[in-house]
Write a protein that binds this ligand. Structure first.
Ligand code: AMP
Length: 220
């Protein structure tokens, strides 16, 4: 099985690029943010704990998120996967190394989408998502708008604005990203599996860059 990890700040376009890869390569997109949001719908203490963390832009406990991910990875029946939102730091990177080892998954690359804070902020304040297919739109960016305002192109149901997509939570999450990921990027650079992509380009140009990377690694 072939694996791709996305390391990128909030609103760098991970969700959009994951969808493109999913459609072209048949890989499964696994977003730990989505897995966690799914858990918040359950009326349990754990669900409440996760809701609070998400609202505050804080990281959820490593064991909890790692267990959710492991369950998902071990039940996968596909050529590959795209990991979006995990690992967030070196500790999670090491947990993931073990997990992949145990599951006999040896082909892994890391793509870092680079984008500055101001562009990310604009993107996040307009972001909308479909609760059914998880496709991401943006009502401030022309090329990412749905065909009908506020409605998913695929599922024809109303789009949702995430409660953590506000300026205060955004700033928290961006600061946390910078703090946690500089060492993560170095970790994967040292393993020689890290690729950088310019996230200020259009979504199609970014995808072309990603296709080149996957081609150079013989991903198919
Ligand atoms: P995301 O959808 O990746 O932007 O994540 C939304 C929120 O989910 C984050 O702000 C965290 O609260 C939580 N989260 C997602 N992935 C992780 C992770 N790998 N470890 C801990 N918390 C996470």
């Amino acid at each position: 099985m072939q694996g791709i990890i996305f390391v990128a700040p909030p609103a760098a376009g991970k969700g959009t690029q994951s969808k493109f890869i999913e459609d072209k390569y048949g890989f499964v997109h696994i977003s730990t943010g989505d897995l966690l949001r799914e858990e918040t719908k359950k009326n349990t203490l754990e669900g409440l704990y996760i809701s609070e963390k998400l609202e505050n832009g804080e990281l959820v406990d490593d064991d909890l998120v790692s267990n959710l991910l492991e369950k998902k990875l071990s039940n996968l029946n596909s050529r590959g996967f795209i990991l979006d939102g995990y690992p967030r730091d070196i500790n999670q990177a090491k947990i993931l190394d073990n997990m992949l080892n145990n599951l006999n998954i040896t082909r892994l690359i890391v793509i870092n989408i680079d984008i500055d804070r101001e562009i990310a902020k604009k993107r996040i304040l307009g972001r909308l998502q479909c609760q059914s297919c998880n496709r991401v739109y943006n009502d401030l960016i022309k090329e990412l708008m749905p065909r009908v305002s506020g409605i998913c192109d695929n599922c024809n149901i109303p789009l949702i604005r995430r409660t953590d997509d506000n300026e205060e939570t955004f700033n928290e999450r961006f600061d946390l990203y910078l703090e946690e990921t500089s060492s993560l990027i170095k970790y994967y650079e040292d393993k020689k599996i890290l690729y950088k992509v310019d996230g200020t380009k259009s979504k199609d140009e970014i995808f072309k860059d990603i296709e080149k990377i996957l081609g150079s690694e013989n991903y198919d």
